[in-house]
Ligand binder design. Structure first.
Ligand code: GDP
Ligand code: MN
Length: 352
């Protein structure tokens, strides 16, 4: 019984691909990818697919990020995949390294425990740095200050559908702040204190003023079919927007609400004493501080990051069969999209 509606005052025809990309007035946006020097060919694969399905119609600039300087070999290799402008950014240690207040003894004890439970990347510190960087730091990089919107891509992902409109101008024209394709339950052991720490933050001073009265609270706290999940995480369902795909407005993260909350989370040490991902952090922030109608499911964009898909019914249904979610059937119960649809969408946006 969901109605399909057109966002108010929004003309999709005004954001169709231009006849000549060289004369096109771009939105204030960049494609971002955090990658290592040894990932040139895997990010290259992504770029080739991404250009074909979207960016060769628009020529949005790329910003490549790395905690080490990109090599000339990387740069010249990447240049072969696209004519779009590109910038190569070395992420400074102040954005990347573990803060000095982290207690390394405690970190080791906690990570050995997670490792013993076979939690991926538990003892890999660079992974924790990456999650913290994407949770709370990247949008403050000097090189990203000139941009409002970003689309995050990763090595070895795939795009299945022709995207026939400018997604950045879609966000701009509708005033939406965040777009995703996949909704997933997390490994609850990695986010045990994320929600309790968030509640602690909200209970400090006047911080409840930051909460949006039309937030996605039910989605956030939906009882999981396995009740242990909610009790281990203080009530958080662990459902999150899978952040390897994101098209979003960095001004949301640059807001006082998000930044104060992130600073609180960071001080608590959970990026190193637990393994908080940037996906649940973005998701909690959005569901508390944004209006749920400003969070958009790009259900029309066919997308794959191993092992999950967003597969709309489309002209490319053969490549990624319509409605398919996982590469392995036994992972299907990790899909929490139905919860997002039930609790957070009043009207399904039209697909263009
Ligand atoms: P997963 O999808 O959670 O398994 O994580 P990934 O290994 O795909 O990492 C997420 C993104 O961060 C990818 O784009 C990686 O290339 C990038 N990344 C992860 N760790 C590092 C790192 O230490 N240095 C750099 N430069 N990039 C990293
Ligand atoms: Mn990945």
């Amino acid at each position: 019984d969901k109605q399909i509606t057109e966002p108010k005052d929004f003309d999709i025809e005004s954001i169709r691909p231009p006849a000549d990309p060289k004369k096109y007035k771009l939105a204030n946006a960049t494609i971002i990818a955090l990658v290592r020097n040894n990932e040139a060919s895997s990010i290259g694969k992504t770029i080739r697919r991404f250009e074909k399905k979207f960016n060769d119609k628009f020529h949005y600039p790329y910003t490549f990020l790395n905690d080490e300087p990109f090599t000339d070999a990387f740069k010249s290799r990447i240049a072969k995949y696209t004519d779009a402008p590109m910038e190569f950014v070395t992420v400074g240690p102040e954005f990347w390294k573990k803060p000095s207040f982290i207690d390394e003894t405690r970190q080791k004890v906690e990570m050995d425990k997670l490792q013993a439970q076979n939690i991926a990347y538990a003892t890999m510190e660079s992974y924790h740095n990456m999650c913290r960087f994407y949770s709370g730091m990247f949008y403050n990089l000097p090189e990203l200050q000139k941009y409002k919107y970003y689309w995050r891509i990763e090595p070895n992902v795939n795009f299945y559908t022709d995207i026939k409109y400018d997604v950045f101008k879609y966000l701009q024209g509708t005033g939406k702040k965040y777009g995703f394709t996949i909704n997933l339950y997390d490994i609850h052991e990695t986010v045990v204190s994320l929600w309790p720490e968030t509640l602690r933050f909200l209970n400090l001073g006047n911080n409840y003023k930051y909460v949006n009265k039309n937030g996605a609270f039910q989605w956030l706290l939906e009882p999981h079919q396995n009740p242990k999940k909610n009790s281990d995480t203080g009530g958080y369902s662990t459902c999150h927007f899978w952040s390897n795909f994101e098209i979003a407005d960095m001004d949301f993260y640059r807001s006082e609400a998000y930044n104060e909350w992130f600073k609180h989370l960071d001080r608590s040490g959970g990026f190193y004493y637990e393994r908080w991902g940037d996906a649940p952090v973005h998701s909690l922030g959005l569901s508390l501080f944004a209006d749920k109608k400003d969070i958009h499911w790009f259900r029309d964009i066919g997308y794959f990051h191993d092992p999950y898909f967003n597969c709309p019914k489309s002209e490319n249904t053969k490549l990624c069969s319509a409605g398919r979610f996982s590469r392995w059937d036994h992972l299907n119960d990790q899909n929490c999209m139905s919860s997002w649809i039930d609790y957070s969408i009043d009207d399904l946006d039209k697909i263009y």
